[in-house]
Ligand binder design. Structure first.
Ligand code: BG6
Ligand code: MG
Length: 213
């Protein structure tokens, strides 16, 4: 029997490699604006919502941007991103993702999705896995993005599970911080030296085992 009653997954970079597409789309925009963009900076953007990410990028520019200009840039980045995800399919599930979802279901736990991406429903549909979740948080309804705990607390609340009985799964620094401030156990996906706040870190869902957590 698992010590948890629910598992709440992040999407981008955990279930599918859309973190890479966000990276490409932001890099293209940053470079067009003359802002330096490297892998370390990208790490800080993971899990941050669209306008929050844009603000972090534009902080590196000497130019002043009006709110209209910012909205236009955010829309442009989203168009680039949507072009990149347009051809996604079931084949774009990361290794171990489907098995992990099935193992959680077989263990009788609830399954939630906590992504701040407003494209999450589209990505889930392209991957053909929307039905695997008992509840998917709609990012458009959130007042606060990660690292605020709101998204994970909302998922736990709707699933009817106390935060202490939830396992959160995340590839982003901001996401792990969100899980920890929600009072949940954090399973990091990536590198332990990056996701220092996570309780356990594995390289990918192909290493996921409920029994070992
Ligand atoms: C998160 C990603 O899941 O969603 C971020 O980690 C991204 O990189 C954020 O900026 C918002 O996504 P979207 O699709 O609403 O622009
Ligand atoms: Mg992520």
């Amino acid at each position: 029997m698992s010590r948890f009653k629910a598992v709440i997954f992040d999407l981008d970079g955990v279930i599918t490699d859309t973190a890479h597409y966000h990276h490409l789309a932001w890099k293209r925009l940053a470079e067009a604006e003359g802002v330096h963009f490297d892998d370390a900076f990208n790490e800080r953007l993971k899990g941050i919502d669209r306008m929050g990410s844009l603000d972090l990028i534009l902080a590196g520019s000497p130019k002043h941007y009006s709110s209209g200009q910012k909205q236009a840039l955010a829309d442009l980045k989203n168009r680039h991103y949507c072009e990149l995800i347009a051809t996604m399919s079931e084949a774009d599930l990361l290794p171990g993702a489907r098995d992990a979802l099935q193992a959680v279901r077989a263990a009788g736990l609830k399954i939630g999705l906590a992504s701040v991406s407003k494209n999450a429903f589209t990505v889930l549909d392209r991957l053909g896995i929307r039905d695997c979740f008992d509840y998917v948080v709609d990012a458009a309804t959130l007042a606060n993005s990660k690292p605020d705990p709101e998204i994970f607390l909302t998922a736990a609340h709707v699933l009817g599970v106390a935060p202490a009985d939830c396992l959160g799964v995340e590839d982003a620094l901001a996401g792990v911080a969100s899980i920890k401030s929600a009072g949940m156990f954090a399973l990091g996906i990536g590198k332990a030296e990056v996701l220092t706040q996570a309780d356990i870190v594995i390289p990918g869902l192909d290493h996921f085992s409920l029994e070992k957590i």
